[in-house]
Design a protein around this ligand. Structure first.
Ligand code: TRP
Ligand code: SF4
Length: 327
């Protein structure tokens, strides 16, 4: 028996510089799992076009995101990092998969419906409808066993499993049935209490320096009943407290006590919290500085990842063609 490592395929659309939510929700997990599993880290640049065909920022956003991955501790020697657009097999397998799923099935995708509603899309592009089909190709080219995702992505994993099953039945068993692994974390709220999101502008970026972290933290919403120092507060409804929980665990009991009794004022509490966040991000910021001054090294890391990803993808495509009898 071989004890081959299970494969994790994780992907993100190139959204530029990443924020604390990405760190706590995804990156920390990726880093923790990089020894136990064989990881592949995909920059889904074609997927970014499904909702916006403008490509002017894609390249820079991809590099910024990659630098944050590396700075957060992804080891590109263990885990290839690569752009979807640079491994042509993604497009090829997407085409084959598109024959194995009905338009009705794709129209039922709740994530698509949500996007259409939220982005007020009037007519859906063919490629947008096929978003999960491309995602299935992303995952199955590497025979991903596990896919770490947020809740909104679970329907896409379900479609991926259906497509894998369909292919295996129609031709020959080639693909595993990947499982979605819900990133299990109490989502860090944004500074306004809503979901942390770059488009809302309520984030702390991994690249923010201590001064801007403190400045942003000052705007964070707290318990509205606690207006001045001396007023008792309710830490459990305060998002600053959620940040203490994550970045300043040692002082949590003390912050709770001070908040509840009123002895601790929100201004001091926030400043203290900002300092701990800045401290936690210091090693990431250091590495970021290195990579930002070494653009060539970053490019080489990416090209190396793309070569290795391509080798795996080509091997899978050979199996696919063979199974289909069109070798
Ligand atoms: N759809 C994912 C998202 O928006 C990004 C993505 C593309 C992905 N391909 C993937 C995630 C493959 C996991 C596996 O977050
Ligand atoms: Fe929130 Fe701290 Fe103010 Fe309490 S003291 S309400 S935890 S900011």
């Amino acid at each position: 028996m071989t004890n081959k490592k299970k494969v994790i395929l994780s992907g993100m659309r190139p959204s530029g510089k990443l924020h604390l939510g990405h760190l706590v929700g995804a990156l920390e997990n990726w880093v923790a799992l990089q020894d136990e599993f064989q990881n592949y880290h995909l920059i889904a640049d074609y997927h970014a076009l499904t909702t916006n065909p403008d490509t002017s920022e894609i390249e820079q956003n991809s590099l910024d995101m990659l630098i944050d991955w590396l700075s957060a501790g992804i080891d590109p020697k263990k885990s290839p990092v690569f752009r979807q657009s640079k491994v042509k097999e993604h497009a090829e397998l997407h085409l084959i998969f598109s024959m194995l799923v009905t338009t009705a099935r794709l129209e039922r995708n709740p994530t698509l419906k949500e996007q259409v509603r939220d982005l007020e899309i009037e007519t859906v592009a063919y490629g947008h409808l096929g978003y999960p089909v491309l995602q299935a190709a992303d995952i199955l080219l590497y025979k991903g066993d596990v896919v770490p995702v947020g809740e909104d992505q679970l329907p896409h994993i379900e479609i991926t499993r259906e497509i894998a099953r369909r292919f295996n039945q129609q031709y020959r068993p080639v693909f595993p049935a990947p499982e979605g692994k819900l990133t299990r974390f109490a989502r860090l709220p944004g500074l306004d209490g809503r979901r942390m999101s770059k488009s809302v502008g309520n984030t702390i970026l991994l690249s923010d320096d201590p001064t801007s972290i403190a400045k942003k933290m000052r705007t964070a919403v707290t318990d509205p009943q606690k207006i001045r120092k001396g007023d008792p507060g309710r830490p459990d409804i305060c998002l600053v407290f959620a940040y203490h929980n994550k970045f300043n665990q040692a002082e949590v009991p003390q912050v709770r006590k001070g908040c509840e009794s009123g002895a601790l004022g929100c201004v001091d509490c926030k400043l203290n919290c900002a300092n701990h966040i800045a401290e936690a991000l210091a090693p990431i910021r250091e590495k970021r500085k290195h990579y930002e001054s070494q653009k060539k090294e970053v490019r080489e890391i990416l090209e190396d990842g793309e070569r290795r990803a391509r080798a795996v993808a080509q091997k899978t495509m050979a199996e696919v063609h063979d199974a289909m009898g069109i070798g």
